[in-house]
Design a protein around this ligand. Sequence first.
Ligand SMILES: [Zn+2]
Length: 531
Amino acid sequence: MLYRILVLLSIVTGAVADNYPRNEAIDIKKYTFRIELNDTTNRIAGQATIMMAIKKIIRDVELDLVQQTQEKGMTVNEVRVGNRQAIFSHKNNRLKILLPTEAAAGSEITITIHYAGIPQDGLIISKNKFGDRTFFGDNWPDRARNWLPAIDHPYDKAKVEFIVIAPPHYDVVANGARVEQSFVNSKQKLTHWSEEADIPTKVMVIGVARFAIHQAGRVGNIPVESWVYPQNKEAGYSDYQPAVKVLDFFNRFIGPYPYEKLANVQSTTIYGGMENASNIFYYENSVTGNGEIENLIAHEIAHQWFGNSASENDWHHVWLSEGFATYFTHVYNEFTYGVDRLKEGLQRDRTTVIQHCTRAPAAVIDTRITDYPKLLSPHVYQRGSWVLHMLRQEMGDEAFFTGIRNYYTRYQNSNALTSDFRLVMEAASGKTLNTFFGQWLEETNLPELTGQWAYNPAAKAISLTIEQVQPGRVFDLNLEIAIHNGTSEPVIKTVKINQKSTKTSIPVDFKPVKLELDPATKLLFKGNIRN
Ligand SMILES: [Zn+2]
C-alpha cells in the first residue's frame, strides 16, 4: 500500500524527499574534529567544534551521533555553546543540545562536543591484509554519525578540519591540505588537515596507517599523491599513477578541480573505491601492479566534481553522483582512447541495465527506497549514465557539454536536485526537457521495441512498423535505423517514435538485405526488427 501511495505522490509532485529530518533553521559552516587514537584499544576520544549560522530563531540543536549500546558507540561527556556549558540529551542516536540562550536569526554559534567510545562503524579500526593496524573512515551513505557528531546528510555541507593525535609510527591523511604535523610528546604525533571547500559528511574522512607516500605528479597547483601500504609500494605507485592523467583531463574538460590536493589511498574500504573528497580510498586489492584500475580511478576522480562538489540534495537523486561518475569515465575513455571505447562501455552497460530492469524493476529516481545502501544499483550507475548519453544526443555535443560545465559552475560546493540539473540543460539547449527527464528517470520500464519491415520494389520504399510493447508509458524517441545493402556502408535514417505503433515509409532505391536498430549506440532500449 505504501508503495502505491509513494508512486502516486511521485507522479503528482515529481519529487518525494528522503526521510532525513532536515533543520532549515541552521546552516553548518565548519566542523573541526580532534580525534585521538591509540594502539591499546579501539576507543577514540573526540572533540567536535561546530560553527553554524542561525537562519531562524532556535532554542536547541540536534545532531546525529550513534550512542553507546553495550561496548560500542559514543558517549558524550560535555557540550559547550560558546564558552557556556549546555544541557543535552542523547537518545535514538540523536544528540539534542539545549542552547543556554536562544540563538537569533543572523547570528553564528559554536558548539563544542567532547565524546568518546569505540566506533560501531564509520571509522573502521582493523588490520589490513598485511596484518598492520589501520584506521579508515568509510562514511557512505550515513555512517559518519558513528564517529562524528554532525548533520549526517549531504544537504548541509561544510568545511572540515581533522586534527588527529595518533602514535608516531602512523601517517595520517584527511580531506584538504595538511597544515601541520608535529610531535605532542614521544608517544603521540599530531597531524592537522584542513578542507576549505564545503563538502558533505559522506566524504569527510581520515586514513591512518603505515603508508608509503609518492608524489605522482601535479596538475597545475594540485599535487597528486599515492598513499599505499609499504609492502605494496612499487605496484601501488604504478597502479595509481594514471590519476595524474585523469585529473588533468577532468580539470580541463569540466572545470577547475575543487580541492587542495588529490591523494589516492589504498585502504580497507568496503567499496571498490570511495570518492572521499580529495583523498580517494580504494580497496586493498586494487593494487596488483598490473595497471588494471584506470576506469576505477576515473570514476572516483569524476566524483570530485559530481557528488562531492555538486552534491545531490536528496538521496533519491543519487544518480547525479553515480550516473555522472559512470558516464564521465566513458567520456574520459572516449577523448583519451577513441570513440569505440565509449561505445563498448555503453553496450556493456545497456546489457547490464536490461538484465537489472527485468530482475528488479524500478525507476532511476526510486522514491520508495528508505534504506540508502539499496540506492546503489545499475539503475543509478549504468542507467543514469545512459540518461546522460541520450541527453547528449538530444542536445548535441556542444550544448550538452556547455550545459554540464554550467551545471558544475552553478552547483559547485553546493547541492542540486534533478530538476535543477534539468533547468540548466534546458537553458543550454533552448529545449523543454520535461518529457525526456520524466520518461528516462521516473519511469520503471525501458522502451521495448518490435519492428517489422518489408521492401516494396515498385514504390522503391521500405514499409516499416515499430511497436512499443513495454507496459506503461509510451516513449518519445528518435530511433536510428541502418539500412544495409550487403556491400557498402549502410544508409542511416532517423525515425520519430512517439506512438504505441508507428508506421512509416522510407524511400530507398535498392533492395535492403538487413535493417538494424540503433547502429551507433545512441538509445537505451530492448528489442529487435524482423523482415
Ligand atoms: Zn561512484
